[in-house]
Ligand binder design. Structure first.
Ligand SMILES: *Cc1c(COP(=O)(O)O)cnc(C)c1O
Length: 465
């Protein structure tokens, strides 16, 4: 028997075939050629692996279908919108906080032309990008000075490198945390040039433990907020204000990695009072406070540094700051996001992440019931059931936000199968499995996405019905 790979038609023959003429009408010839070569190569490899039957190998229509799929895939952006039906509001894998209208408009406005990013318009000379959000941040949090870098991990590295390069950085063993899989305090500390000095125990650290570790080699005391877990039982921590008093008495600065970046009273979002706001941390006397822009603040990815004028200015002058610098799109989005906080009620209304967090159980129940009805109308067996959403982004780990889930009955298909079908939709839908059933949580679904979500469910359940 001859090698089936030798029966693969030449590109020219395929392009001249009737099956390819619609493709050549829709896309430039070079692209069709490249896609055809790709399909041929995939087929050769599949035959070599023994995973493809070679029956249709000389049928141009077979190639045309695959080339059409390839062209469609090439035309799709790698980074594209997705529907978050998980109910996890700050879903790190799905881009954390969606931007509000004001932020998106600001990015469009500032990037479609030149801007005063590093230009002092009044003086007619070079300015600094770091001036743009600094005043607003100081106004909103009571900080003496502020600095914005690329993300919170960068802010922590910059703080440690500035204040403790070659010196001791003292930290409680209860705060050597890992966040989001790749931010680990001991590793970040090592890269910053600071020497980590651990004090206390995993569950209990006392003021005396810190006091004993402070010396003339100490550059900084680092307090890391336990964002994504809780320690319960036989525990002890030193409150930030007490830690500050102790460190300052020895002339040592305190850096507080706050993480989530809460700017409003959590009660206004229906959340427990377990998470400190940036203003709380500053009032406790921390010299430098760092946080993310895209967690509870509801803005773009950014690392926000707040604190006393002297350490913040030293961080700004550190050459490392240049490597961690923030982009103009981020500054535009952040400034517009922060401006909403001048009226906290407006921030709660207009920032999607805050609005989703603040959605009430009643609203979500009504939406879920209506969605279930609309699914039944198109033949999908769905029911509503009580459930819980999550804050995500490593914030409020034990807060359970009451919601109503839309459960899909998938008949003879496995829920994993239906989840895969939902991910194959355009835009892809990410959902979860609850009690062996596909569950949609509308808390994180924008009202304008409901039609696309319904179409994706119908499509994904299609074969099973
Ligand atoms: C999320 C978080 C970080 C990392 O912030 P990024 O903005 O993702 O770099 C660091 N520390 C704490 C306490 C956090 O919660």
């Amino acid at each position: 028997m001859t090698d089936p790979r030798r029966r693969i038609p030449a590109v020219d023959r395929l392009l001249a075939s009737e099956a390819f003429s619609p493709l050549l009408e829709a896309a430039p010839r070079v692209l069709v050629v490249r896609a055809t070569q790709w399909v041929q190569q995939e087929l050769r490899s599949a035959i070599a692996r023994g995973t493809e039957r070679a029956a249709a190998v000389d049928d141009p229509a077979w190639y045309a279908r695959r080339v059409a799929e390839r062209l469609e895939a090439l035309g799709r952006s790698s980074l594209r919108p997705a529907i978050n039906a998980t109910g996890v509001v700050l879903h790190t894998n799905l881009g954390r906080a969606p931007l509000g209208d004001a932020a998106r408009a600001a990015v469009a406005r500032v990037t479609a032309s030149y801007s005063n990013l590093e230009y002092d318009v009044e003086a007619g000379r070079r300015g600094s990008r770091y001036d743009h959000c600094a005043g607003l941040l100081a106004e909103l949090t009571g900080a003496e000075a502020a600095l914005v870098v690329n993300n919170n991990a960068a802010a922590v590295v910059l703080a440690l490198n500035t204040l403790a390069d070659g010196l001791d950085a003292v930290i409680s063993r209860g705060e050597l945390v890992e966040i989001g899989g790749s931010f680990r305090v001991p590793e970040i500390m090592a890269r910053s040039g600071a020497r980590m000095v651990e004090v206390g125990a995993t569950n209990r650290t006392h003021a005396d433990d810190y006091a004993a570790a402070l010396s003339n080699r100490t550059g900084v005391v680092l307090a890391v907020h336990r964002s994504n877990f809780r320690v319960t039982g036989f525990t002890a921590d030193v409150p930030l204000a007490e830690l500050v008093e102790l460190a300052h008495a020895r002339g040592v600065a305190v850096v507080n990695d706050l993480g989530s970046g809460l700017l409003v009273d959590p009660a206004a979002l229906g959340l427990p009072a377990t998470e400190p706001t940036a203003a709380d941390a500053l009032r406790s006397g921390a010299d430098v406070v760092t946080m993310s822009g895209d967690k509870l603040l509801g803005g773009p990815q950014a690392g926000i540094v707040l604190g006393r004028a002297d350490p913040v200015e030293r961080m700004r002058r550190n050459p490392l700051c240049r490597a961690l610098r923030v982009d103009k799109m981020t500054l535009a989005a952040l400034e517009a996001t922060l401006a909403l906080y001048r009226d906290p009620e407006r921030a709660r209304r207009e920032l999607p992440a805050l609005r989703m967090l603040a959605s009430t159980a009643d609203e979500l129940g009504d939406r879920a019931e209506a969605f279930v009805r609309s699914l039944r109308e198109v033949g999908v067996a769905a029911t509503a059931a009580d459930g819980a959403s999550a804050v995500g982004g490593g914030a409020f780990p034990d807060a359970e936000l009451p919601t109503t889930l839309v459960l899909i009955a998938t008949d003879d298909r496995s829920p994993e199968d239906v989840l895969a079908g939902l991910r194959a939709a355009e835009p892809p839908v990410v959902a979860r499995i609850v009690d062996d059933r596909v569950a949609l949580d509308l808390r994180t679904v924008f009202a304008g996405e409901e039609d696309a979500l319904r179409a994706a469910v119908v499509e994904a359940c299609g074969e099973g019905r």
